[in-house]
Design a protein around this ligand. Structure first.
Ligand SMILES: *[C@@H]1O[C@H](CO)[C@@H](O)[C@H](O)[C@H]1NC(C)=O
Length: 162
């Protein structure tokens, strides 16, 4: 007679190696990367669509500076294509823009995230760079706290480093 092992016994036989970090999770660590002043213009476009009222807010410059030596300027070629939920009035940003560091590194950022009740926005950030010194930024989880100051947007980028 062929004995079919039960699922439970199969699982028992599998090499069991749950990382300790999953068994007793600790809060991820935030590291401060930089504060940016992002210069924006008035929205060029505002259209009601399936995702709400979509805007196109040009990102035309600015600067960033922080304690890890990543400092520089924001290039004049980005935008925030964010939308406003007509049910809640909450704005959700959706940006693409470029940073040029003083050390010559070029970075491309994508951020997205919504307004929060305390004011400002919380954004998730994805960074892409080919620069060897900053290559580790390709693999981090980051968040911006954003406050809106007229047409200059102040962002404080903190990174969750795993
Ligand atoms: C960065 O931009 C802000 C806002 O425009 C400005 O006040 C500040 O002086 C700039 N900082 C540097 C280092 O250029």
């Amino acid at each position: 007679m062929l004995l079919l092992p039960t699922l439970a016994s199969l699982l028992y036989l599998l090499p069991f190696s749950t990382p300790q970090s999953l068994l007793s999770p600790t809060p991820p660590k935030l590291e401060y990367l930089y504060t940016a002043h992002v210069d924006c213009l008035q929205s060029l476009y505002e259209t009601q669509g399936p995702a709400g009222i979509r805007k196109a807010i040009p990102i035309v410059g600015g600067n960033f500076t922080g304690p890890k030596g990543l400092n520089g300027k924001i290039l004049n070629l980005g935008a925030d294509w964010g939308s406003t939920d007509p049910q809640t009035g909450i704005f959700t940003a959706d940006t693409r823009y470029n940073l040029q560091a003083e050390d010559g590194a070029n970075l491309w950022l994508r951020t997205s995230g919504s307004g929060v009740p305390a004011g400002g926005l919380h954004l998730r950030v994805v960074i892409e760079t080919g620069d060897k010194r900053w290559y580790w930024l390709n693999n981090v989880v980051g968040e911006f706290g954003v406050s809106l100051l007229t047409e200059v947007v102040l962002m404080v980028l903190q990174l969750l480093v795993f």
